[in-house]
Write a protein that binds this ligand. Structure first.
Ligand code: ATP
Length: 274
């Protein structure tokens, strides 16, 4: 949660210079360990304004750990992370105020209904929302009829839509989404993709993790493939396919036309991770 001082320093996207290639997030040589185990090993990447960037990798690759370091929930062994050029460890309040995180269901206050939750988070981020704006927003995310329900009383898709809405309530410079569409049916997934993309058009930067290569290919402008704590390659999905379509490891696993999933499995190996 952020305090009053953070409310004063939320940067809106319109405060930023209108440069297409402006870097929003820069991660340099990030290394994070749990005890003696190195979960993230010298990871570097950056996201640009208006970009949706995907971190993809098998179970245990280090994706969530990377997001946790960006959220400042874990102290890295070494490396730098900056948001809009500001070191997030030295400027923790500003960073927290300018990052939106899609919370897991357990993080929401269970005794509050949907409207109360929206009011709570808009208040925390000092975003003035009238009753009619809240109703319009609920309509937009298809939750008008659920306004008086509690979070736990929503379906999985409804929960994801609400938590995405709340994560973006203060129009943060950086939106972090950890497997935003996991477990959703195709309709809910498509609807959420549209919402994620509409946030992109606002000029913010979105960093998401996903196990769905279809999702990465459909939604992400660029992806980084992670495995055992390291980034193996990073590029646009189209360029990765183009670069690796003739790689013997990819040809071996491809079933028809080479897809991002074939490249992913070809480069990370077919064995199941523990
Ligand atoms: P998944 O796709 O399964 O969510 P991931 O890529 O997000 O995986 P992480 O959750 O970042 O991977 O985990 C990276 C490695 O760190 C794994 O080997 C995991 O077991 C280990 N790990 C994660 N959290 C902890 C922790 N709190 N204590 C010890 N080890 C941890």
């Amino acid at each position: 949660m952020i305090g009053d001082s953070a409310k004063l320093i939320i940067m809106t996207r319109s405060d930023q210079p209108d440069e297409i290639a402006r870097l929003v997030l820069e991660v340099n040589d990030l290394t994070v360990s749990y005890g003696n185990f190195k979960a993230v090993d010298k990871v570097s990447f950056s996201t640009k304004a208006g970009e949706i960037f995907g971190l993809i990798g098998p179970n245990g690759a280090g994706k969530t750990t990377t997001l946790s370091a960006i959220e400042n929930l874990i102290k890295p062994d070494s490396g730098n992370i900056s948001l809009n050029g500001l070191d997030i460890f030295k400027h923790q309040i500003e960073s927290k105020a300018n990052i939106g995180v899609q919370l897991q269901s357990t993080s929401f206050q269970y005794e509050l209904n949907i409207i109360q939750l929206i009011k709570l988070y808009s208040g925390l981020y000092n975003v003035a929302l009238t009753e009619s704006q809240i109703n319009d927003s609920l309509e937009k995310i298809g939750l008008s009829h659920e306004a008086k329900r509690r979070f736990k009383q929503l379906s999985g898709g409804q929960q994801q839509r609400l938590s995405l809405f709340i994560a973006n309530i203060h129009h943060p410079m950086l939106l972090l989404l950890d497997e935003p569409t996991a477990g959703l049916d195709p309709q809910s997934r498509r609807q959420l993709w549209d919402t994620i993309e509409s946030n992109r058009h606002d000029g913010g930067s979105i960093l998401l993790t996903t196990h769905s290569m279809e999702e990465a290919q459909a939604v992400c402008d660029r992806v980084a493939i992670m495995d055992v704590g390291k980034i193996i390659v990073s590029d646009t999905p189209e360029q990765l396919i183009e670069t690796y379509r003739t790689d013997p490891r990819v040809i071996e696993v491809a079933r028809k036309e080479v897809t991002l999933e074939d490249v992913f499995i070809g480069l990370t190996g077919g064995q199941i991770r523990e």
